[in-house]
Design a protein around this ligand. Structure first.
Ligand code: KIV
Length: 272
């Protein structure tokens, strides 16, 4: 088999599994609106996650819990309209899949039908297995999410690293294998020790995409606002900021204010 890295014109769930088998790392970023998704897709990101982190960065909520299914569909449909290449994965929001598998399926179908997304993501392992199976049986690809699962923040009480103790690490290893076995096409692993994350990634054939999980996994995901430095008060150790857009945008906007106040803007060339 050729070892040359394949250049994918359109990313599918199959391409991601193939990328893992070829040791090709997977890049994933969030986006929640058309303009940002267009930039992210054109820059070559493999997977765009319409994350329920929209609840934090778009709506200003403290947690991901308040965002609704209708709001997720709105964000996802804006993203889908922008994307030519990336696989678009949409988070099932809190309350839309935990209570009963039929409701989970209805929520996933609404996302697929009304937004045009390509797959859904949900948090948890065995406790949501019936929901996952029901969604998979309808032909909808499911991405799992283990480790720190922000929809359970009130159970954890804190956003600190998960599975540092052996008991939780054992459970995590089992849950990852379980998600692979029931048919998930990939798993997000959030905020777990790098060594454990690498072990998990090596133990299964589906891709493990990490956030705060070190570089031994199959790909990385970040929230776009964090990567661009728009969320300047959020400083976890795992985050690499590629820009300081908070300051750059603030500088541009205060210059605009000055120009308006001093009647420098608009000038003769900027009017009719
Ligand atoms: O909602 C989100 O942005 C996520 C990522 C942090 C993985 O789930």
């Amino acid at each position: 088999m050729s070892t040359a890295k394949k250049d994918y014109k359109r990313i599918t769930v199959k391409s991601l599994v193939e990328m893992k088998s070829q040791n090709q790392k997977i890049s994933m970023l969030t986006a929640y609106d058309y303009t940002m998704a267009k930039i992210v897709d054109s820059a070559g990101v493999d997977v765009i996650l319409v994350g329920d982190s929209a609840s934090n960065v778009m709506a200003g909520h403290e947690t991901t819990l308040p965002i609704t299914l209708d709001q997720m569909i709105y964000h996802a449909s804006s993203v889908v309209r922008a994307v030519d290449r990336a696989l678009v994965v949409v988070d099932l929001p809190f309350g839309s899949y935990q209570s009963d598998p039929k409701e989970a399926l209805r929520s996933a179908i609404r996302i697929m039908k009304e937004s045009g997304g390509h797959a859904v993501k949900l948090e948890g392992g065995k406790e949501v297995k019936e929901s996952i199976k029901k969604i998979l049986n309808a032909g909808i690809p499911v991405m799992g999410h283990l480790g720190l699962t922000p929809q359970s923040i009130y159970k954890f009480g804190t956003y600190t690293v998960r599975a540092k103790e052996e008991e939780e690490a054992i459970k995590l290893r089992e849950e990852a294998k379980f998600l692979e076995k029931i048919g998930c096409f990939a798993i997000v692993l959030e905020k777990v020790p790098a060594k454990l994350a690498q072990e998990v990634a090596k133990s299964i054939s589906i891709p493990v995409i990490g956030i705060g999980a070190g570089n031994g996994v199959d790909g990385q995901v970040l929230v776009i606002h964090d990567l661009l430095g728009m969320t300047h008060e959020f400083n976890p150790r795992f985050l690499r900021r590629y820009m300081n857009l908070y300051e750059e945008m603030g500088g541009a906007i205060s210059q605009y204010v000055k120009d308006v106040k001093s009647v420098d803007f608009p000038n003769e060339n900027e009017q009719y």
